[in-house]
Design a protein. Sequence first.
Lengths: 251, 498
Amino acid sequence: MSWSVAAFGVWPYVALAVFVVGHVWRWRSDQMGWTTRSSQISEKRLLAWGSPLFHVGMLAVLLGHAAGLLVPASVTTALGISEHAYHLLAVTAGTISGTVLATGVVLLLLRRFVLKARLRLVTRRADVVMYVVSAVVIFCGMWATLQHNVLGAGYDYRETIAVWFRSIFAANPSVDLMVGVPFLYQVHVVAAFALIAVWPFSRLVHVWSVPVGYLTRPLIVYRAGRQTSELVRPSAVSGSGGSDYPVRRAR
Amino acid sequence: MRVMASVAMVMNLDKCLGCSTCSVTCKQTWTNRDGTDYVWFNNVETRPGVGYPASWEDQGRWRGGWGLDGSGRLRLRSGGRVRRLSRIFANPEMPSLDDYYEPATYDFDMLLSAPAGEHMPVARPLSAVTGLPMAIERGPNWDDDLGGSSIYAASDPNLTALHDQGLGDQVRLEFEKTFMFHLPRICNHCLNPACVAACPSGAMYKREQDGIVLADQDRCRGWRMCVSACPYKKVFMNRLTGKAEKCTFCFPRVEQGLPTVCAETCVGRLRYLGLVLYDLDAVEQAAATEDPTLLVEAQRAVFLDPNDPAVIAQAEADGIARDWIAAAQASPVWALVMKHKVALPLHPEHRTLPMVWYIPPLSPVLTATTQMGGDNTDADDVFHAVASMRIPMAYLAQLFTAGDVDLVAGTLMRLAAVRTHMRALTTGVGRDAATPVGLSGADLEELYRLLAIAKPAQRYVIPRAHREDAARLASWVTGCALDSPGGVGMSPTGAPAS
Ligand code: SF4
Ligand code: SF4
């Protein structure tokens, strides 16, 4: 198996399988750990800027990716959007949201790994892995865009990466299309699937708990009778709710 | 009318010696874990003072509790649902660890491992948060007994409010001379809980059967809105799990008919536990009472007389068991809050309708009566003192009646009448103290028994949870941790948790 088949033909499926199975396992076994694991209580100054910038930037970038990867070039052309106009729009919107996202990430990384005193002992292995992988994804993506599309002649990923991406879901990955793709994009893509594999084991699961139900439910929640989940469980009482909470040491 | 039963507590502030036994036993029971090291479900603060977390009463900063919108409807002070969701990435109104305090331990190891030398080894304080050496500059009760009052008591948000009324500067001086008391605080298990209303994931909830407000550890997703929404700052974020935790009203004990740990271990024996029947349908309207000074009476009107045949019939129709109705009839909370009206809720102006009420402190008034040359066993002299102690009364009114001084004064006069009446009974000297405060001699004697000599059986009237639930309950209490995911030994790595 050549490296390209491994990276673009097999790895995406491995990552997606881990993503699905991992989520099922995590949901069923670890409601207690299913949380944002917000550290605002420990540090809030940098978070006040970093977190909103990161989240808003990320949402915009994801929307951009959805448009770029899922909508075939033929559709936008049929809609009468010229290739040039599309390129201009994508690069402008992408650069703005990418900058917002990158600023947020830098602040969050700074907060967690440089000015870390308060967060040192609450940062878990899963957090470190998640931060490293997302940083690689984000910075490769930003760099590739900068090098090829802002400063460079322009790289039309809609003819290669997007087609390949859609082919994954058709269960017939066009690995060949990815071979000639610029290196930064390749790293971006492989790391992105790594992030997908890490997802269910990290705090990223909170994405699935976006509280939309809050908008319509009655404000005061009553619960009748007793349910297992309402009890403060032994795990919560003994403080052993997760696998690798750092144990506080005296020195 | 829909009849519901709620557990409730009354604390007699006159008897609190500020020993903090309640805080310590509560902590040992519920929050002696990493991550909750800074958390005190029960804390005792000195008044005047800033409390814990510092300046928790300053709703300008935290926007806790409820307000009324333009058309008089209840609305959380932190805004509508959409505003709250928009603050989900970073909640600007949430206190940080600095507003509580940085928990610390000491480098005790040094005492044993230091090499022999000329000087005694010293155990330096180490931050429990960072593990690094730190200077301890704040604690959960840093201004205990008015320590450092020129800094701390002076920044008491209630005093700021008085200042705005033009009573400011005298307060500091007079207070420190005549007036200090301790205020033990737990979650109030409110009838209209702001924490529950603010929780985006529906993890905070009120139990239908007994009104206890809990944070579901499985459903909390760490959105943190409950922390800022509680005007009493009685929901806490676990630093390690990132989930909300709060006072449980010791529900595993209460379900067995046992008092909460804080009540059971209270040295001053000042806590009373009992049931209150209330009308669920009346809660919202009462909480929306326009004039904040009428909120205490509005909340009293939500409570239902457990001896009223109509209430009993409806309670039975609504599924409340006979023994629970009987417990409500014998409830010391009912007697203190409703029958004799000597208890008041803390900060009713936040419209959460708290279920922990306080008997305001009379002893500072008695001291002042003596200082003013009066006889503190004589109701008239005490009434006179109550009426003339403008500043302490205004301060108590800030705490307990949304500013209604007369309501506080009336409550204190009833307490003074108990003393005078009992003195007259035992010594044969003294005058009728009952009539001026609108109670009978028998009432005052009952109050005396309840306040002064009541045994635990009268102070804690808690019906057991129903037998139908007992099997499941027992299986939890004695159950195997391996039965549930996330239990000991069920950690993802399979390694037993240390
Ligand atoms: S006092 Fe308790 S029930 Fe009331 S709002 Fe605060 S946490 Fe909720
Ligand atoms: S144990 Fe009782 S007397 Fe001591 S501080 Fe607590 S409430 Fe006050």
